[in-house]
Design a binder for this molecule. Structure first.
Ligand code: FBP
Length: 261
């Protein structure tokens, strides 16, 4: 069997995904009058030359058109709100075929490993990998350990999660960084030929964010998948340029910070 290629999602062999599924995952509380509009985000992705945009099917079907189609699309196939206070679970809400119809270059799926609902998500994910790979589409997995007995940022938990991504057939896994560079290197080893991109998280000062970007890129990850640190900024294109200097061009955070002005 030929291996599915992730090359469509790369720029300079690195990956920089603009994430915009927070409206479902967190609700509009993350938004202001500008970034509540999906067109505003698609324009950042397009003008900012992101190597991919990740969003849900509803936004993809209604807004992914015209020049925006030049940005490779990752359609999230599952999702949940934070309204239901239940054990972590995210079920499939969109098929691989529906994602393909809208022009997806890859599909995405969240797994909360360690949750009592882990078996359901593993089962759905297995089917999705099989279907997506049959169509030649890579699968990006948001690998988020979570549940009543899980310490989400423990070194061992993160390394285990990275390995799960490989074992279940993900092509790219999107993971959180706990600021331990040596452990991140171990996670990369555990993930083998499955590549890691690091999540952005809540908005912080851009210089802080660039430092984190430099740390994770130096450790050897494939790239980053960021949302709020870009589109909650007053200067999303300056942050984008600086971030790309680190992710695409291997610049230091200090050099890149010159581009913030
Ligand atoms: P941010 O860069 O805004 O943190 O987005 C990354 C992301 O993974 C989103 O794709 C997703 O909506 C969100 O974080 C989920 O985060 P959590 O489940 O930890 O609240």
């Amino acid at each position: 069997m030929t291996r599915v290629s992730i090359s469509k999602l790369l720029h300079n062999d690195k990956c920089l995904i603009l994430a915009y599924d927070q409206g479902l995952e967190h609700g509009p509380t993350d938004f202001n009058a500008k970034n509540v509009d999906p067109e505003y985000i698609l324009n950042i992705a397009f003008e900012g030359r992101y190597s991919a945009i990740a969003t849900g099917i509803g936004i993809a079907e209604k807004y992914y058109e015209g020049a925006y189609k030049e940005v490779p699309l990752i359609v999230k196939l599952n999702g949940k709100t934070n309204l239901a206070k239940i054990n972590p679970i995210s079920r499939q809400v969109c098929s691989v075929e529906r994602a393909i119809k809208v022009g997806a270059s890859a599909v995405g799926f969240t797994i909360y490993d360690g949750s009592p609902n882990e078996p359901t998500m593993f089962h759905e994910f297995g089917k999705i990998v099989e279907q997506a790979h049959d169509y030649g589409l890579p699968v990006v997995c948001w690998m988020y350990p979570r549940g009543p007995n899980i310490r989400e940022l423990d070194n061992e938990v993160l390394a285990y999660s990275a390995r799960i991504g490989l074992e279940l057939g993900a092509d790219i896994i999107k993971m959180k960084f706990n600021d331990d560079v040596e452990n991140l290197k171990w996670m990369i080893r555990c993930a083998g030929r499955t590549k890691i991109v690091i999540s952005g998280g809540e908005k912080v000062a851009p210089e802080t964010f660039l430092n984190e970007a430099q740390k994770v890129m130096d450790a050897g990850v494939l790239g980053m998948a960021v949302g709020r640190n870009v589109w909650q900024s007053d200067k999303p294109f300056s942050v984008t340029r600086a971030l790309q200097a680190v992710v695409y061009n291997g610049k230091s955070a200090l050099e890149a910070s010159q581009l913030l002005k």
